[in-house]
Write a protein that binds this ligand. Structure first.
Ligand SMILES: Cc1ncc(COP(=O)(O)O)c(C=O)c1O
Length: 413
């Protein structure tokens, strides 16, 4: 393979059909965001949009903005926009709460539809909140429900007629490994099991086909690839066929079929709106909507194509520049199995993460030894990848990672 040079990377940027999208983001000098899989960068228009929401809609419009500025319908409106990114239909996605809360809602809804079955099934190493939510429900059920967490390789053989619901994450948060949504969902359905997919690392990064795969429920984050801002509201997908009968466990007034009737009895909305609970946070919603609207300028397919090219460049450069420094690729090498970040394990991972951060590489570290590098094609350039790998190389050559203060794990990594 010929040596990859800076000029070669700059040339790739010149030919990049998505290069213009970068102009939509505020990207501070001296930093490269390789953590957009955890917190997407700030779209320039979001700053402006939030000022407008605060001043015009809240300041001038006051409470009237619930109707005149479309605040009330925003969970459904933004949900419909997200639906188009994940292969869902209009009216199947609602923006509300956090991903953790939506997992809880989806688990309870699925259990309610599968009466008589006791088991909630997931896999070891799934994102902790997914497992914790199952534990919480089981501990509150007085032994009625069982929380079962098995080895990832054992999932298919554990699909039995006692299982009510299977909860899996499509893209693994550490390794970016993509699960086969279609096959797993089909096999679960053959045993009458309902399936919830956590799309936190999928949405806006890879093409998702919820309806085509007959998925029952899904949830996901708004602050990662959707660029919705820190703590952006999350989303929940409920297949149309389940909406009328699935329990809305968080039976707040906003999910009532007629919230402003103010009746004493809870009558859930017959559609996706029953999965609203309380009043949506409009500032967070506005930021998320603005982030999602950027997708109208391109397609997930085009973004994925560029992400694969950026990931290849990163892995090739890591081999070329850092091959001697003991990094082990922790993500799948095959494109169809790896989503929107590239992970390496290294025994000095924490120190390397800290030392590269000092040089402007914004990435993250996951215990025990995983360095994650987010690949966000909306604003990353090929030359940024070159720069990041050169910084890593320099940190390794100078042993800048080897400092006493880096031996203690930071509270947030
Ligand atoms: C796969 C996955 N699920 C759920 C969450 C947590 O979501 P939240 O903290 O918004 O509830 C995350 C956060 O990173 C995640 O990666």
């Amino acid at each position: 393979m010929p040596k990859i040079t800076k000029a070669y990377c700059q040339n790739l940027d010149k030919k990049d059909p998505l290069a213009h999208l970068r102009n939509s983001f505020y990207l501070p000098k001296g930093k490269i965001n390789m953590d957009g899989n955890s917190l997407g960068s700030l779209p320039k228009s979001t700053k402006k949009r939030l000022q407008e929401v605060v001043q015009k809609e809240w300041g001038d419009g006051m409470i009237g903005s619930w109707s005149s500025a479309g605040w009330f319908e925003s969970p459904i409106r933004v949900g419909n926009k997200i639906a188009s990114l994940i292969g869902a239909a209009e009216g199947e996605v609602i923006v509300a709460d956090t991903t953790s809360v939506n997992i809880y809602k989806a688990l309870c809804a699925a259990i309610s539809l599968n009466e008589g079955r006791k088991i909630m099934l997931s896999e070891k190493g799934n994102f902790p909140t997914d497992l914790y939510m199952m534990q919480g429900i089981a501990s509150f059920s007085n032994g009625e429900l069982i929380n079962k967490v098995v080895e990832p390789t054992a999932i298919l053989e554990e699909l039995t007629e006692e299982v009510a619901v299977l909860l899996l994450t499509q893209v693994h948060y550490k390794t970016a490994t993509i699960k086969d949504m279609r096959t797993i969902t089909k096999k679960a359905h053959e045993k009458g099991i309902l399936v919830i997919w956590d799309l936190s690392h999928s949405v806006g990064s890879i093409e998702v086909a919820l309806n085509d795969c007959q998925v029952d429920f899904a949830v996901g984050c708004g602050y990662k690839f959707l660029n919705g801002g820190p703590g952006a509201p999350a989303f929940m997908y409920v297949a149309k066929r389940h909406q009328k009968n699935a329990l809305s466990i968080l039976s707040g007034w906003m999910g009532h079929q007629d919230p402003f009737a103010f009746t004493d009895e809870y009558t859930p909305s017959p559609d996706i709106a029953r999965f609203r609970c309380g009043t949506p946070g409009i500032l967070g919603m506005a930021a998320l909507e603005n982030g999602v609207d950027l997708f109208a300028q391109t397609s997930v397919k085009a973004l994925r194509k560029k992400a694969i090219a950026l990931s290849h460049l990163f892995m090739d450069l890591m081999e070329q520049e850092c091959g001697e420094f003991g990094f082990t690729l922790a993500s799948p090498i095959a494109d169809e199995k790896r989503a929107g970040h590239v992970a390496y394990s290294h025994e000095e991972g924490h120190g390397i993460y800290q030392a590269t951060k000092k040089e402007g590489v914004v990435s993250d570290f996951r215990t025990p030894d995983i360095l994650r590098f987010g690949i966000t094609p909306m604003y990353l350039r090929f030359q940024d990848i070159y720069k990041v790998v050169r910084i890593i190389k320099n940190v390794m050559e100078t042993k800048a990672w080897d400092r006493v203060e880096y031996k203690i794990r930071a509270a947030i990594t």
